[in-house]
Design a protein around this ligand. Sequence first.
Ligand code: CA
Length: 227
Amino acid sequence: MAKVLIVEDDGTIRTGIVRALTGRGHVVAAAATAMDGLKLAVAEAPDVVLLDLGLPDLDGREVLRMLRAVSDVPIIVVTARRTEGEMVRALDAGADDYVVKPYGAEQIDARIRAVLRRGAKTEQPDPTIDVDGVRIDPRGRTATLDGVPLDLTPREFDLLRYLATRPGEVVSKRELLTEVWQVPYTAADKTVDVHLSWLRRKLGETAQEPRRLHTVRRVGVKFGLVP
Ligand code: CA
């Protein structure tokens, strides 16, 4: 569901698209002129604007520029003009996408979802961690080593993720216990050592010949290939 603003002077088209999008669960505001559209774009703070380029009071590209000056809202330009140059100019002027009339409600709805997805992506960057051949997907809680899936327990995964987000940094056992296990540190606690040795084995290395998991004596552990 999105809050959609439609700026369209043709009453029949406007009513039709308002009805179609409302029926698909969107909240819709509509304006028949560029000036009303600009006012609503500020007052209603829509998630996406559907902008007809052929409006009676202002040139479409002028509206686009004015809208861009006051808002970062995704704009889908609607035009009856089929020339490629017109589209390119609209996109250059700040439109996110365009559709050519006549269009179906299905098509508009798909475009709306697409621009909103793109917007969500730029706000939330890809969280994948990629260090020295180890690739960690925190959302899917999976990890690979040189493209081969690692079979990790949940705790080993958390441990690897914690270390891989701090490559080249010496991390103390105290820090690992409090951050990964979230228990207070006692020097006698061998939990971290045990899990580190399991993780080390799954990474295909040994304490004697470490590759990515390096013990720093009496301090902790460091993750990453030594150059
Ligand atoms: Ca028009």
